[in-house]
Design a protein around this ligand. Sequence first.
Ligand SMILES: NC(=O)c1ccc[n+]([C@@H]2O[C@H](COP(=O)([O-])OP(=O)(O)OC[C@H]3O[C@@H](n4cnc5c(N)ncnc54)[C@H](O)[C@@H]3O)[C@@H](O)[C@H]2O)c1
Length: 411
Amino acid sequence: MITNLKDKAQSPVLSPDNSSSSSALSPQSSHKPLRWLVTGGCGFIGLNLIKSLIHKGYQNLQILDNLSIGKKESLESLLSEFGPFTKDETKNQINYSLTLDPLSPQHSVPSPTDPLSPQSTVLSPNHVKLVIGDIRDRDTCIKATEGIETVIHLAAHAGVIPSIKDPYFDFEVNALGTLNMLYASVQNKVERFIVASSNAPLGNQSSPLSENKVPRPLSPYGASKLTCEAYCSAFYGSYGLKTVILRFSNVYGPYCLHKESVIAKFIKDGISKAQLTVYGDGTQTRDFIHVEDLCHAISLLISKPVTPHSSLLTSNSVWGEIFHLGTGKETSILELAKLIQGFFDKKIKISFAADRKGEIKRNYSDTTKARKIIGFSPKISLKDGVMEVYEWFRRRNVEDVENAQILSGSE
Ligand SMILES: NC(=O)c1ccc[n+]([C@@H]2O[C@H](COP(=O)([O-])OP(=O)(O)OC[C@H]3O[C@@H](n4cnc5c(N)ncnc54)[C@H](O)[C@@H]3O)[C@@H](O)[C@H]2O)c1
């Protein structure tokens, strides 16, 4: 059953002080075997984050995903890259046990001095738990956050076009779903809550886009993401939940077969049609960030000590704050098309189609704040990063690429 706002009257009451809150529905366990919860962990960014966290030595990760877009087969294919695993499946839950071989070239062994590696000397066994559930259901969120220390909230109805088609659904998943996750996190005394936002709350504004611009969303997606941001700020202010809002620019990387984003689309079209279609003259620009750089920023945040309640106005605090994560570099769509064209060993045609109405001309992020406060420093060049994605696609079955369904929208 989906919990909606009508259930408010039966809501357990939250204490303004997170540290003294008690959960009427689900008392917090004193044992914390699963410390990190990734919602939407079977989606594009989620899978890459799970992989990156396992690489960095994080153990006992939990995923909450309703598998509307992400697939458990994708998660299993990713886990198999680390070696054999066993699984124990019940109705809405799958427990995976991995035994990581520290000598395997498939994964790096974190150094015992690596500050990002929480349990760097012990690598095996590692458990990944997939909870199949919907963030629109508050009780599911409460159960999934039991014993959790850090929530990385990625689950969403992603993309502008899908939100225009169904603004109510977009609201339910992005706004109500986030409120449920925040509420559950306070109930269960979660320490950190990191949420994926986007540039969409800002609308069509002059670049570089930064935290200082006044949001003016143009799409329901932008509005629902802005609502998420507002609730994060409110839950930090009212309950002391340590929230961080990350506004991602255009993210690319492997595990993007189901995505509509331009890099995934160009590579898929190159493989299946030997043709890339550029809308307009191709001079429109975007800021493309490799997902691994983004995952590294998230791991920097989850390795930060949780300091006592700090003011929203403290400039060097991360909690309750918004950060733009991108490269700060502009790349035109035509430049990108030519780069990808050059990877193929067959002839690839670049064709031009009419401008898309309302498309933003220039779009890139000012990442000064994230660099200064989080220590964010993207490293992967567009050429190397896109080549990696191209190679990832080349390792797929051609039929799988040709028949790939677009399930998740672009920014
Ligand atoms: N990919 C980008 O370029 C980009 C840019 C800016 C922001 N973001 C944000 O990053 C996050 C992750 O994006 P992505 O590209 O990985 O998207 P995705 O669509 O690939 O993944 C989303 C995941 O959430 C799950 N999900 C959807 N609705 C759910 C629900 N009601 N309950 C539980 N799980 C649900 C899906 O099954 C999927 O696995 C989103 O919040 C998105 O808005 C992405």
